[in-house]
Write a protein that binds this ligand. Structure first.
Ligand SMILES: Nc1ncnc2c1ncn2[C@@H]1O[C@H](COP(=O)(O)OP(=O)(O)OP(=O)(O)O)[C@@H](O)[C@H]1O
Length: 258
């Protein structure tokens, strides 16, 4: 974990008169899982969408692998597109396509024979921990947890270096959420990914993240380990990292470590 793979400098994002980010700076280091936390509406998902090029900030610069995301040439865009995988909050699967077809969607831009595409899709489906027959099912036939795994399989479709996960454990029961945390950590370590992970889930921070960035007051207020952030003197940060839920998550981690 040495050099930054993503840099954000002086980011200002606004919708009409409503300013979401103002003077936001952040680096994501190669090989880390960076957790992004912050109160509701602080602009975590908006930041994710800005990095992957779906939103353009009013000011500032975002680079991914040294490429300025919002001023990239066609060739650079294609390069970035191949390097990134995104799992959106609700899975964002196409309901009229099977899981396998959903995973094949990002592969369509590659010139691959249909049989190879489908084999690759099945590999990603199994990497995401889905059973062998999940590929032929439609999203409506899957549980919420399975849909999330299908969304993860699609994010992995192009063997990305960088994976963006928006609230991966939201809506999962605690056991399903811990399994998903382990899956993310395992895949990151095995595949050497860098992960930008938006979450409210304290257990996920403990189980997965190397470092955490806190969004507050329209910027990144602090970055660090959970221990470092617990000592920050800011009302929201203090309550989040020292409140009853934080203590419960810490005790659970301590029990696992015993
Ligand atoms: N396309 C848009 N047009 C107008 N406002 C938007 C748009 N997208 C997001 N916003 C606003 O930007 C703010 C930040 O939204 P965002 O979804 O990033 O919050 P968040 O920190 O991810 O919140 P949560 O934790 O509740 O998911 C919100 O007030 C939201 O309403």
């Amino acid at each position: 974990m040495s050099d930054p793979i993503i840099t954000m400098r002086g980011i200002r994002t606004q919708f009409g008169p409503k300013v979401i980010h103002d003077g936001l700076d952040l680096d994501v280091m190669r090989g880390e899982i960076l957790g992004i936390v912050g109160g509701s509406g602080t602009g975590k998902s908006v930041l994710l969408r800005s990095i992957v090029g779906l939103l353009t900030p009013a000011a500032g610069q975002i680079t991914v692998k040294g490429i300025d995301v919002h001023r990239a040439s066609g060739r650079e865009h294609a390069l970035l597109g191949r390097s990134l995988g995104v799992m959106f909050q609700d899975g964002a699967l196409f309901s009229t396509l099977t899981v396998r077809e959903n995973v094949e969607v990002p592969m369509r831009r590659l010139d691959l024979p249909a049989g190879v595409r489908s084999e690759l899709a099945d590999l990603k489906i199994s990497m995401a921990g889905l059973p062998w027959d999940a590929g032929g099912k439609y999203p409506s036939e899957l549980s919420g947890g399975m849909r999330k795994r299908a969304g993860l399989a699609r994010a992995l479709a192009l063997d990305p270096e960088l994976v963006f996960l928006d609230e991966p454990t939201a809506g999962l029961d605690p056991i399903g959420a811990s399994e998903f945390d382990r899956l993310i950590r395992g895949l990151t370590d095995t595949l050497g990914l860098t992960v930008f992970l938006v979450t409210h889930d304290l257990d996920t921070l403990h189980a997965c993240c190397d470092r955490i960035a806190v969004l507050a007051e329209k910027r990144v207020l602090a970055t660090g380990s959970i221990d470092q952030l617990r000592r920050i003197d800011h009302p929201w940060v203090h309550e989040y990292f020292n409140g009853p839920r934080a203590r419960a998550a810490m005790e659970q981690t301590a029990r696992k470590d015993d």
